[in-house]
Design a protein around this ligand. Structure first.
Ligand code: 1CP
Length: 354
């Protein structure tokens, strides 16, 4: 067995249905993975996390490997997503934050002034050795299943840093954005450097694709996205362009931003369930692959309806350069894991009618 994480990469790129679809090559079947596939829908996840705080688990190599593997073993998905969180690189450089159960990321000292930018130093490889060790271990254990590395995009991370926690309207974030544009651009520039480095370290350790999550970008108008966010998201994706792995870019409620999210340098654009996939494909044009987009709450519907809707998504996806099946956002914690396994089986065995 080789210890060089990249030794198997060329092979994976040609054999993996997920990587083929990302690159617009015909896959042997429609590939599928689920955002938040590792997590609270799985009893084995709840068992291993018992008594271990979320952030601690993200820095424990053995737990990251085990939790990332759990949905791959159980559902037979076509890709693994690295178990971590978008705030992990910020924690790794010493930002005082926690992930509070039932709430999400909470930042002790929200960033609202220029003097506080100094706390956002560059991410160094030594800050995340337990994480890159986990990537290396996973690549060995996953074999023919590719690993997706990820990071939070500048706007979404800035929202947590400025608000101090989850926010419905992103009021303080936009207050800083509109009122102190120089500070805003300096802040997003710092975050872009950290996110880009986090992605780079994951790919160098063996991840075969990356996803940049701009979950809350849907809160922005297209004009504000262009002025305040686009250059920074583009900088993150550009900073990993030389690594030659597919770059997926996803946000929630981003129907009006889809073409822009493609234009910032994505190979694959994630689509939430509010936009019909055929519309999204028309908006994105022939050069982008798409990922999505079944409503996560459909997994609570009768199986025949789930399958009918999944078939519609697969059929609509055929018009794209490539299609990776996913939900339109993360798996809800109350989801029956067997419903996910059945959905994977359905997608893998769905008869091609085209
Ligand atoms: O104790 C727990 O189980 C805490 C729940 C949890 C989990 C399982 C959080 C807190 N984060 C995670 C893991 C996680 N987070 C993953 C890896 C697992 C997988 O996908 O299989 C990923 C990709 C994320 C990314 C993430 N964290 C995003 C972007 C994706 C998205 O869902 O939009 C965001 C916005 C976060 C912030 C976050 N972390 C946790 C929560 C509850 C939240 C959202 C809070 C809010 O609404 O603002």
């Amino acid at each position: 067995m080789t210890t060089d994480a990249h030794a198997t990469a060329p092979d994976l790129a040609t054999t993996s249905p997920f990587l083929r679809a990302c690159r617009g090559l015909e896959p042997s079947h429609t590939p599928v993975w689920f955002m938040r596939q590792a997590g609270r829908s799985l009893p084995e996840y709840l068992a291993i996390r018992e008594g271990v705080p979320m952030l601690e688990s993200c820095f424990r190599t053995d737990m990251v490997v085990e939790i990332t593997m759990q949905p791959v073993r159980r559902h037979g998905v076509d890709a693994a997503i690295f178990f971590s969180d978008i705030v992990v690189p910020l924690k790794a450089i010493g930002v005082d934050l926690d992930i509070v159960p039932g709430t999400g990321p909470v930042v002790a000292d929200p960033i609202r002034s220029e003097g506080q930018l100094a706390s956002l130093r560059d991410l160094e490889p030594d800050d995340v050795t337990s994480i890159t060790d986990a990537v290396r271990g996973l690549v060995q254990e996953l074999g023919s299943t590719p690993l997706i590395g990820f990071a939070g995009a500048p706007f979404t991370l800035a929202s947590y840093l400025v608000e101090g926690g989850p926010s419905r309207d992103h009021r303080r974030t936009k207050e800083l954005m509109y009122g102190q544009p120089d500070l805003w651009h300096a802040l997003l520039g710092r975050i872009a450097a950290i996110a880009g480095q986090f992605l780079r370290l994951q790919v160098e350790a063996g991840a075969s694709a990356i996803q940049l999550f701009d979950s809350w970008a849907g809160a922005l108008s297209p004009a504000d996205y262009d002025t305040y966010v686009r250059p920074h998201s583009a900088a993150v994706l550009e900073s990993v362009a030389d690594l030659d792995v597919p770059r997926i870019h996803f946000g929630v409620g981003t129907g009006e931003l889809l073409t822009r999210m493609g234009d910032v340098g994505a190979d694959v654009v994630g689509v939430d369930w509010r936009v019909p996939l055929d519309d999204a494909i028309r908006r994105l044009g022939p050069d982008k692959a798409v990922q999505g987009n079944l409503d996560p709450t459909l997994l609570f519907a009768p199986t025949d309806l789930v399958h009918r809707r999944a078939a519609e998504v697969i059929e609509a996806g055929r018009a794209a350069k490539g299609h990776v099946f996913n939900l339109g956002h993360g798996v809800l914690p109350a989801t029956d894991p067997d419903a996910l396994t059945r959905l994977v089986e359905f997608i893998h065995t769905y008869e091609r009618t085209a």
